[in-house]
Design a protein around this ligand. Structure first.
Ligand code: F6P
Length: 320
């Protein structure tokens, strides 16, 4: 193996830059040449890349986003797109591809491997934490901490005005962010797509809390758990409380990565190159019980990642 390529694809996640840096520096230390396709798979399809050496990735470890830029490339869902990307990898003599992204990115990486046998390694980087086979993903911890900081601030207003706040967090169709930040923020109610939302039960809980002396409330809701505007309106109507909705949106995707996100990115970036050198063909760098290990890409994108029901129960236990 002499020549590898790196791309960041799909939604950006804090820690992507730290992962690029680690992969490049490990590769350089192993005498590999590295290029970085810009704008994710869009750049790959247009054959747009930059040469990456150890200095090219200096001073980026603490930045959010991705300096290689990213995109959601619809073309990679088609046979033509995969064939074109395969040809471009061949034309550039790429012996291995490191894809830093989420499930859509890994699906395309898997198809690329199937199309031209190029070894691919995926580094899981998504704030949603929705990839199976890895305990967590690069950026998830940062997103949870960013949301937590915002909710702590909203709590000041909730308490002062004796209001109920519905706070919508990201997560696409999964509730990992909502669950972790909900518990850390001391939310009374956490709504996630994995557990059916019963608005009547939510109102009952808020009213019950009120009668036990809680004059304000925080409801953390995952974006995939339902229509936040309808739920806000229903809670307002059924409880008579002063209710406000705050949608945190893309602030959760930006900002400096936390120490944990950076550390994970450093370990996974390094492992991605080592996996290629070991001759692995189609793996994800995973973390399981604190240890980095390979997991087949197909498993990562197809298996179900369960939520931790124990911590969901913990949220209910602590809300008295
Ligand atoms: O996958 C990350 C994520 O931020 C999801 O939580 C969210 O649903 C989606 O991306 C938003 O995507 P976009 O930035 O393309 O609107």
């Amino acid at each position: 193996m002499e020549h590898i390529a790196i791309a960041t694809t799909g939604g950006d996640a804090p820690g992507m830059n730290a992962a690029i840096r680690a992969a490049v520096r490990t590769a350089v230390a192993e005498n590999l040449k590295v290029i970085g396709f810009t704008r994710g798979y869009e750049g790959l399809l247009a054959n747009e890349y930059v040469n990456l050496d150890e200095r090219a990735v200096g001073g980026i470890i603490y930045n959010g986003g991705t300096f290689l830029k990213t995109s959601r490339a619809e073309a990679m869902k088609t046979y033509e797109g995969i064939s074109k990307a395969s040809e471009i990898l061949k034309k550039n003599d790429i012996d291995g591809l490191v894809v830093i992204g989420g499930d859509g990115s890994f699906r395309a990486a898997s198809d690329l491997h199937r199309s031209n046998n190029v070894p691919v390694v995926g580094i899981p980087a998504t704030i949603d934490n929705d990839l199976a086979g890895t305990d967590t993903t690069i950026g998830f911890d940062t997103a949870v901490n960013t949301a937590l900081e915002a909710i702590d601030k909203i709590r000041d207003t909730a308490t002062s005005h004796e209001r109920v706040f519905i706070i919508e967090v990201m997560g696409r169709d999964r509730g990992f962010i909502a669950l972790e930040v909900g518990i850390a923020a001391g939310a009374g109610v956490i709504l996630i797509p994995e557990i059916d939302c019963d608005v009547g039960a939510v109102c009952h809980r808020l009213l019950d809390n009120y009668h036990r002396g809680k004059s304000s409330g925080i409801v953390v809701m995952a974006e995939g758990a339902g229509n936040c505007m309808e739920i806000t309106e229903a809670i307002r109507e059924k409880t008579g409380f002063e209710v406000r909705l705050a949608r945190l949106g893309h602030i959760q995707r930006g900002g400096h990565p936390t120490a944990y996100s950076r550390l994970l990115a450093c370990k996974m970036g390094d492992a991605s190159v080592n996996f290629l050198l070991e001759g692995r063909k189609k793996d994800m760098t995973a973390i399981q019980g604190g240890r980095i290990c390979p997991v087949d890409l197909s498993y990562a994108i197809s298996a179900d990642k369960p939520i931790d029901e124990e911590i969901y129960k913990l949220a209910l236990t602590l809300d008295i």
